[in-house]
Design a protein around this ligand. Structure first.
Ligand SMILES: Cc1ncc(C[n+]2csc(CCOP(=O)(O)OP(=O)(O)O)c2C)c(N)n1
Length: 348
């Protein structure tokens, strides 16, 4: 196993299946478990759809990492706002619950949450915004946190990022402002130990937690292999930011079971199998009949919606440009013909 995997293995092995199964069997955690399984069902079905050539562009699935987003979502207040990155589907479902609108968006039809224009990475809702530019929404979240502070709201801004984004200067600029201006901003770093195909050992020096601590953020750490501890730690991190009005940093160790986006996976097969066997949702699905039956229902429900979604119309460019954003004519903008529905840009 590569160096990174060995470090991860230490973290995963420290817990074991009993910890996960006890969490899943507790009725108090049913909502979190069911939403994590919903995210997995959606992600698995979308990847399958992509493989069949039915999706344009690309997708980044969060299979293996679901518990981070849903645990944060479970503690959200009405005025909280999430910003997310390219791997955003689970975060979106956790914030909004609107998985059908997400599927419509990614399929590209008019009922999508952004009318099919934003697709997988560019999502927007009342309490959610995502963007594929690494770190690009961190300062936006700081601005949202400033708004909550000025309005005297109890809302906080929450940003998801990956450890591969630690190389972006805007991360440090945002923490600096967060701390100087005392902003209620929680940055959640999902450490899956790879930045696309680069192992963390080749790209991140020193201490991740130490970087945030140096700017005066309150730092907490947890992992998806211990869902109970993750639930307690995430709730405490969000409560701290809410109550103190100060920024926080939560590092969640986890593992991405699927490729970075689609076929781009150079990780060791043995390593993938090792983590697949220890993945919390896989552990639950293998041993908890009620959750497995629910997951099978979810897969059917998601598949039914996908079939409906594929038949829905796309947003007409004419309608978009004339009704929503009148940019034609004297404005100098020209109308662009819509591409054929069967065109896949990734193949061009
Ligand atoms: C500013 C910028 N540079 C490069 C990319 C291309 N890119 C997309 S995802 C990615 C790796 C991101 O790794 P990480 O932040 O750890 O998130 P993960 O994919 O592991 O969830 C890269 C380099 C980008 N989207 N934005």
């Amino acid at each position: 196993m590569p160096f990174d995997a060995v470090r991860l293995a230490d973290a995963a092995a420290a817990t074991g299946p009993d910890v996960v199964l006890a969490f899943a069997a507790d009725a108090a955690n049913a909502a979190v478990m069911r939403q994590a399984l919903l995210v997995r069902a959606v992600e698995t079905s979308l990847l399958d759809l992509f493989g069949k050539g039915k999706l344009h562009g690309t997708i980044h699935t969060c299979v293996g990492q679901e518990l981070t987003g849903v645990t944060i979502g479970a503690n959200m207040h009405r005025d909280d706002f999430i910003t997310s990155n390219h791997r955003c589907h689970g975060h979106f479902i956790a914030a909004t619950g609107n998985w059908r609108g997400l599927i419509d968006e990614i399929v590209g039809n008019v009922d999508g949450v952004c009318a099919g224009i934003g697709s997988s990475q560019h999502l927007y809702a009342r309490n959610f915004m995502s963007n594929g530019q690494q770190g690009g929404l961190l300062p936006v979240a700081a601005g949202i946190a400033l708004d909550r502070k000025h309005r005297g709201s109890d809302g906080i801004a929450i940003s998801f990022m990956g450890e591969g984004t630690l190389g972006e200067g805007i991360f440090y600029e945002t923490m600096n402002v967060d701390s100087l201006w005392s902003l209620p901003h929680l940055i959640v770093l999902e450490n899956n130990f790879y930045s696309q195909s680069t192992p963390q050992a080749q790209s991140v020096a020193g201490s991740i937690a130490g970087r945030a601590a140096a700017f005066g953020l309150t730092v907490r750490e947890s992992s998806t292999w211990n869902p109970a501890e993750l639930a307690t730690t995430a709730a405490a991190a969000m409560r701290d930011v809410r109550e103190t009005g100060r920024p926080g940093f939560l590092v969640v160790r986890t593992y991405r079971l699927n490729p970075h986006s689609k076929g781009d996976d150079s990780r060791d097969a043995e390593e993938l199998a090792w983590f697949g066997a220890r993945d919390p949702l896989n552990v639950v699905l293998a041993s908890n009949n009620a959750h497995r039956a629910h997951y099978e229902d979810l897969l059917r429900e998601v598949e039914d919606h996908i079939q409906i979604s594929l038949t829905k119309p796309r947003l007409s460019p004419t309608r978009y440009f004339t009704d929503k954003l009148p940019r034609t004519g004297s404005s100098g903008w020209t109308k662009v013909e819509a591409a054929s529905h069967d065109t896949r840009y990734v193949q061009q």
